[in-house]
Design a protein around this ligand. Structure first.
Ligand code: URA
Length: 209
């Protein structure tokens, strides 16, 4: 079973409380999501491989460490996942960005793929799939299905708020992937919103309703 980690650093808990507030406006919501994503990237990238690096300081020649160049791709699930991309890029600026678009079929209520555009070498990359809300898990499961179908094999899922139902469903469907969230909330309500949650992340990020 992959890692399940709640990244509950005090700065992250503080910032999450700011965006949970229904009076937090679009501008602040977007900025704070960006900051949380950046802070989470620090922890999510903790196992990035290093290699020896010889450097000459003003004092002496020494062998230190440098990132071994393992390639990363950030894969936002459209649309709300877009809000987490820039924060992660600020720490891992060389990452490529792929996109996966899904919509919910009104009759079956199942997510359907409508857009997939990925770097050509996803089989060689560490993939960070990002979506602020892990609710039922349906979109995350389908996005990861789409990546695995195309050769993705090293996948971490990163969200801000997770419902226990979504974590369970995702772990059952994809036991090999690591899941990182800033908060494990209480439950899903009858409308599929996470409680206490933060409402519709896409609408709050983009100012739509
Ligand atoms: N998607 C959201 O944006 N919010 C929720 O609470 C659940 C799913």
């Amino acid at each position: 079973m992959g890692i399940f980690q709640v990244i509950d650093h005090p700065l992250i808990q503080h910032k999450l409380s700011i965006i949970r507030d229904k009076n937090c406006g679009t501008k602040e919501f977007r900025e704070v999501v960006d900051e949380i994503a950046m802070l989470m990237a620090y922890e999510v990238s903790r196992d990035m491989p290093l290699e020896d690096y010889v450097v000459e300081t003003p004092i002496v020649k020494t062998t230190q460490k440098t990132l071994s160049g393992k390639k990363v791709a950030i894969i936002p699930i459209l649309r709300a996942g877009l809000g987490m991309v820039d924060g992660i890029l600020s720490l891992i600026p060389a990452a490529k960005v792929g996109h996966i678009g899904l919509y919910r079929d009104h009759e079956t209520l199942e997510p359907v793929e409508y857009f997939v555009k990925l770097p050509s070498d996803i089989d060689e990359r560490q993939l960070f799939v990002v979506d602020p809300m892990l609710a039922t898990g349906g979109s995350a499961i389908m996005a990861i299905d789409a990546l695995k179908k195309r050769g993705g094999n090293n996948i971490k899922f990163v969200c801000l708020v997770a419902a226990p139902e979504g974590v369970k469903a995702l772990q059952e469907a994809h036991p090999d992937i690591d899941i990182y969230t800033a908060s494990l909330d209480e439950k899903l309500n009858e409308d599929g919103y996470i409680v206490p949650g933060l409402g519709d992340a896409g609408d709050r990020l983009f100012g739509t309703k």
